[in-house]
Design a protein around this ligand. Structure first.
Ligand SMILES: Cc1cc2nc3c(=O)[nH]c(=O)nc-3n(C[C@H](O)[C@H](O)[C@H](O)COP(=O)(O)OP(=O)(O)OC[C@H]3O[C@@H](n4cnc5c(N)ncnc54)[C@H](O)[C@@H]3O)c2cc1C
Length: 422
């Protein structure tokens, strides 16, 4: 990878330009460059900043299908060292300060006989692994910090103008710019969107007992409370990552608590299953919303990841959807190149849209429905969902069905998701 900060006013030529080098943009850039394409990734943030702890406190659940993509593109070798495997998932319904309902769903990796059900990795560690892989790929150029300010999308190609005055040319421009994608807006692609009256509080907790690879999802009236296993720190302390969904207007009050009072609130919600909980260091909060683009492409422009869809983090699937976009789009582009087709032509981009739209819509609807079903305390709804969870727990084909979906291993799988090279 060539990392470039200096401006050069000639027009540099690539096969594909990506605007946005977040988790999804980097994954796509690596996949395409690994398959031999000339790729430029432009990001407005300094690469040194985005791997620092204060930048992003989230940890991501990596589904099995996403792990296959990261392994097939040479990223997983480094990421695996920082990832905690999930062997057990416990889903329960509860109220603050009370024991979780006894009707919980329990997913056990032994039932699937294929190793861990997924992994948890801190986003900054995944970014480090992606940057390291990108550095090793000579056909990938990361231009950062610089923003892509303007794009002229013509029949013969795209010319992108960057904030440092540089111009780039390619057959295809990819918007991997996150939810507020300027390229999506300038192309006039409409979106369906709504805000949840919730924010996600995120932090790392330290606890007395080993988590033994168990992830917990505890449904509380204000929203899901997830405790996700992380590898022990360098001092051997047991750690987990918290995603605490809370009513948005209460979040500033919780964020202002001192570490001791904040840890006590977590303990009140989660209990003592992991022993005494301590909190230190940074906390983050993210306003939650749903968003879906009405179409995923325009002339020589295509959307991936959060630029195309944003979902509730209830099932830890936002990045995983983005990785499945990456796998499908990379396959469409590489197949087109091998056939001598124009990479930015409508048929190539339409194939990608057909491939990804259904899976994304299903996940948007499922996560939205789950959040509505579980983020309330109405007695009849509570009874119905507890009975539903009890039934799913007793019926192993149902458990396997849900788990195969969450692992990203159903449907028409792109080659990378099957673990094959492009
Ligand atoms: C609380 C919370 C917990 C979550 N947990 C999980 C989880 O467990 N598992 C999971 O799969 N997903 C999870 N997600 C979702 C996941 O974090 C996102 O789906 C994912 O980070 C989206 O990545 P992205 O690269 O598409 O967008 P972003 O991360 O938003 O990156 C966009 C990038 O584009 C750059 N950019 C934007 N515009 C320009 C421009 N004009 N020029 C240059 N650069 C530009 C930005 O600087 C940024 O680097 C969670 C989300 C939240 C809020």
């Amino acid at each position: 990878m060539v990392t470039s900060h200096e401006s050069d006013h000639s027009v540099a030529r690539f096969d594909v330009i990506l605007s946005g080098g977040g988790l999804v943009g980097l994954t796509l850039g690596v996949a395409l460059a690994d398959a031999g394409l000339e790729v430029a990734i432009v990001d407005r943030l300094d690469p040194a900043t985005v791997v620092d702890e204060p930048f992003d406190g989230r940890a991501s659940a990596i589904a099995r299908g996403s792990q296959h993509v990261l392994a097939a593109t040479g990223v997983w070798a480094q990421a695996a060292e920082e990832a905690a495997p999930i062997y057990d998932i416990r889903v329960s319904d509860g109220r603050i300060g009370r024991r979780p309902s006894r009707l919980f769903v329990h997913f056990d990796a032994d039932e699937f006989a294929e190793g861990p059900m997924g992994w948890i990795i801190e986003n900054r560690m995944l970014r480090r692994a992606l940057h390291a892989r990108a550095h090793a790929l000579p056909s990938l150029t990361l231009i950062a910090p610089a923003s892509l300010d303007r794009a002229e999308r013509r029949d013969e190609g795209v010319i992108a103008s960057l904030s440092d005055g540089r111009k780039l040319h390619a057959s295809l421009l990819v918007a991997a710019e996150g939810r507020n994608s300027p390229l999506r807006k300038s192309a006039g692609i409409p979106v369906t969107t709504w805000d949840y009256p919730q924010s996600g509080i995120v932090c790392t907790i330290y606890h007395a007992h080993d988590h033994a690879g168990t992830a917990h999802e505890h449904f509380l009236p204000s929203g899901p409370f997830a405790v996700l296993p992380l590898p022990d720190d360098e001092k051997g302390r047991h750690r987990s990552s918290i995603v605490w969904t809370e009513k948005r207007d209460l979040v500033p009050g919780f964020m202002a608590l001192d570490d001791h009072a904040f840890a006590a609130e977590i303990q009140r919600r989660f209990g003592y299953g992991l022993g005494e909980i301590k909190v230190e260091g940074y906390r983050w909060s993210y306003p939650l919303s749903l968003m879906h683009a009405e179409r995923y492409y325009d002339r020589r422009l295509v959307l991936v990841g959060d630029a195309a869809h944003g979902i509730h983090p209830i099932a830890g699937q936002g990045f995983n959807l983005g990785v499945r976009d990456v796998a499908a789009l990379a396959e469409c582009i590489v197949d087109a190149q091998r056939l001598g087709l124009d990479l930015g032509s409508d048929p190539v981009l339409a194939r990608y849209q057909r491939w990804r739209r259904f899976d994304n819509v299903v996940m948007l609807a499922t996560t939205d429905g789950l959040n509505r079903l579980f983020s309330n305390d109405l007695p009849p709804v509570r009874l119905a969902r507890d009975l539903g969870m009890g039934l799913v727990n007793r019926f192993s084909p149902a458990r396997r069905f849900f788990m195969r979906h969450a692992m990203g291993l159903v449907g028409d799988l792109p080659r990378l998701v099957r673990g094959e090279r492009l």
